[in-house]
Design a protein around this ligand. Sequence first.
Ligand code: 5GP
Ligand code: MN
Length: 314
Amino acid sequence: MHQKPDADAMGSSLGLSLFLRKLGHQTTVISPTNWAEWLKWMPDCAGVIDYEFSTEKANAVLDQAEWIFCLDFNTLTRTRHMAPRLRKLPVEKVLIDHHQQPDSIFAYGISDTEKSSTSEMVYDLIVESGHAGKIDIDIATCLYAGVMTDTGSFRFPAASPAVHRMVAALEDTGMNHTKVFENLYDNFLENRLRFMGFVLQNRMEIFYEYNAALIAVPWKDLVRYEIKTGDTEGLVNYPLSIQGIKLAALIIDRDEEIKCSFRSKGDFDVNTFARTYFEGGGHFNAAGGRSADTLEVTVERFLKALIENSSQLQ
Ligand code: 5GP
Ligand code: MN
């Protein structure tokens, strides 16, 4: 899965792993980095190896692997410090992913940007391999978490009829969707909500002439509110709730790097925007990237990019 995994990366990986074990395979799930507290309730999450924290253990697993499944990312740079290791491993890599423009290093795989989530793709893989009956509550819970979050709770266009049929089938296992929602969205500490309030009040700028908004968060805010991995998830979406706003950006000084997130509504392509200006990528309406500059310089570069894209943002 990709670094700093979200619920789709974690859910699709755990779902596939649990399924493969039911077929008698030995599997290990590795995350390139740590992950949010609010993912730790997921079935078998306790068995996931954090590559940064347990590099030797993870490398030993990678060296023995016969197959490597790469889920919810399509470029090795998304695996951070794992990337050089993955690149030189001689074993076949199988891609299952729904982001745009995959690298060519994968031997097999499915890359489909029409799909709502990697979890939906794992579900399709299980069903189309004739093993739908192997989907138990744990697998259903993992896959539901991924599809629910990646579709914005079923509001994005990718929440197709097939997605709703999948959800119906997952419900039939006895999975509890209310619990999954609460585990993911009602599972934060007070400081996180105070932080959200603070940055919306103090760090958000609206550029009505470009139908755009920016939230730029300095490192000191993360320290002040004791912000941990995953606590800023969802923040970038808030400006899109303002009438007329087509592009929302979040630029965070995470100390070790400047992380950028972009969300759009309608026909503004943030995948291209993130690729062009911020070494990133993702989907048409949701993408991310990074910057090696300071927060101030990155914000200036963003403002310049807005001007360059003003005709598409009108
Ligand atoms: P987020 O803003 O939530 O980090 O990411 C939004 C989407 O863009 C996700 O689907 C994520 O996988 C993708 N994404 C985020 N950062 C990057 C990046 O640096 N490179 C690429 N290729 N995709 C990214
Ligand atoms: Mn995804």
